[in-house]
Design a binder for this molecule. Sequence first.
Ligand SMILES: Cc1cc2nc3c(=O)[nH]c(=O)nc-3n(C[C@H](O)[C@H](O)[C@H](O)COP(=O)(O)O)c2cc1C
Length: 181
Amino acid sequence: MSTPARVALIIGSLREASINRKFAEYIVSQIPDSIEVEEVNIADLPLYNQDYDNQDIANYTRVRKQLSQADAVLIVTPEHNRTMPAALKNVIDIGSRPHGKSVWTDKKVAVVTASPGTYGGRVSGLDVRKSMQMLSAQMMVSPEVYLGRAAESLDENGQVSERTQKFLKRFVDGFVEYIAK
Ligand SMILES: Cc1cc2nc3c(=O)[nH]c(=O)nc-3n(C[C@H](O)[C@H](O)[C@H](O)COP(=O)(O)O)c2cc1C
């Protein structure tokens, strides 16, 4: 029996009531059971410092291992001040070092952004794509998902509206296909 594919999930928001977490949970609920999804906790990571490259930082080791063992990484993130949140950039930097040991090389990566604003946090998503291109990751090109006015797609229980479910189905199907490639 073949081992199940593994997805490492990164949520770019540290906020307890994060809308991005709600969308991530919905997306994960639609991914077939044959694919294992494990969240990478990015809240407890010291700010990346190159001086740490030769030190044993337990939390860095944990996330580098999770990311390197994953067949694909799914990033669901807000936009902060027209770019990705600092906590997300931090884990990208941590994974990229020490030099020559990047976890991102050839890694399959997909990004979804969500924002209550009109533009859906798309600059954040585009900036993730830019970093991943530089890191030689295999970024999933389409469908692109930047969920605008995203708070309106969730009810008070955090349930995703039917319209948005339909929209996200194309992404989930594409992502599952991408992992299997
Ligand atoms: C520091 C900060 C900067 C923000 N900058 C942007 C921005 O550039 N674009 C945007 O669409 N929303 C911006 N927002 C609003 C976020 O999209 C909103 O807070 C969203 O709910 C965050 O996602 P979350 O609920 O998953 O934490 C910003 C919020 C914060 C706290």
